[in-house]
Ligand binder design. Structure first.
Ligand SMILES: Nc1ncnc2c1ncn2[C@@H]1O[C@H](COP(=O)(O)OP(=O)(O)OP(=O)(O)O)[C@@H](O)[C@H]1O
Ligand SMILES: [Mg+2]
Length: 266
């Protein structure tokens, strides 16, 4: 029943700008239309980034976990969203597509993360006044994006591994397992290998997540993109990067600097 509900909700959701994308790319299915639409927003002329975009085009069509690695502001979430194209051929003229559900590990305590990911039963803990569906189920036939997975506590890593392997979860306070069917995309800017050595990240989980890795490289290593982004975003004209600006926040920081320039002229 729940699955039927999701499916009908998913169809409604897919009728947005993706219909326009289908007109634009009539030979592609809805999944790859979505991917192209999002990849267009990922502005780059850098060769490795162009190769990464090609990898995204391939990976959007398979249902394996993908790990996206890169510094803050380099577009990891944009790429995760582009990968979300994977689920959704057109069936009987209808788009079938699940949701893109994002959770951010550092912002959640262990208890909250557990109930956010797995859901809970009414009365499972103080304040659990109703049954709640977790992100794994909410992303039915869609994508669950786990941001900053390097910040996931060890106890939760074990549960994530189990969910990935068994494709089943147990909501908090429930005895019953629930089947899940969603694509898992994770992102991190943490050195997971070093964390494994330090006993902070599970080796088995790392290997489960990193079969397919995508790397977003920092802007300082692709200055050609800095010039291109300035050209695209500078509406006022004449924007100059202050000498010594390290752009540690990458595209996000550059975007803010240019927005300020566009509005205030300084
Ligand atoms: N190549 C790009 N072209 C255009 N915009 C980009 C590009 N990369 C990132 N952006 C923009 O920069 C902002 C930050 O991107 P995003 O949130 O995807 O980064 P992130 O790597 O997930 O960062 P964090 O690690 O801080 O979560 C967004 O507004 C995104 O649209
Ligand atoms: Mg992010």
């Amino acid at each position: 029943m729940i699955q039927l509900l999701w499916a009908s909700g998913c169809k409604e959701q897919a009728f947005g700008y993706e219909q326009e994308a289908i007109k634009k790319w009539p030979d592609l299915n809805i999944g790859s239309c979505h991917t192209e639409e999002v990849l267009e927003k990922f502005i780059t002329v850098n060769e490795s980034m162009a190769r990464m975009k090609d990898d995204v085009r391939v990976l959007q069509g398979v249902n394996y976990p993908v790990l996206i690695r890169g510094e803050t502001g380099t577009g990891k979430e944009l790429i995760a969203n582009a990968l979300h194209g994977s689920r959704g051929p057109i069936v009987d003229g209808q788009l079938t597509k699940g949701r893109f559900v994002a959770i951010n590990c550092p912002s959640l305590s262990v208890d909250l993360m557990q109930s956010t990911l797995f859901g809970h039963k009414k009365g499972a803990f103080t304040g659990a006044i109703n049954d709640k569906i977790g992100a794994f189920q909410y992303a039915y036939k869609g994508t669950l994006f786990i941001d900053e997975v390097g910040d996931m506590p060890l106890s939760m890593q074990a549960s994530l591994l189990r969910a990935l392997q068994e494709k089943k979860i147990t909501p908090v306070g429930s005895n019953d397992e629930v089947d899940i069917d969603c694509r898992i995309v994770c992102a991190t800017n943490k050195p997971l290998e070093a964390m494994v050595k330090a006993g902070e990240f599970r080796l088995d989980l790392m290997h489960r997540l990193n079969t397919f890795e995508l790397h977003t490289i920092p802007l300082r290593e692709r200055l050609e993109d800095v010039a291109l982004l300035i050209k695209k975003w500078d509406k006022r004209g004449g924007f100059k990067l202050t000498t010594g600006c390290l752009l540690e926040g990458n595209c996000r920081e550059l975007g803010s600097l240019i927005t300020r320039w566009n509005v205030l002229g300084r």
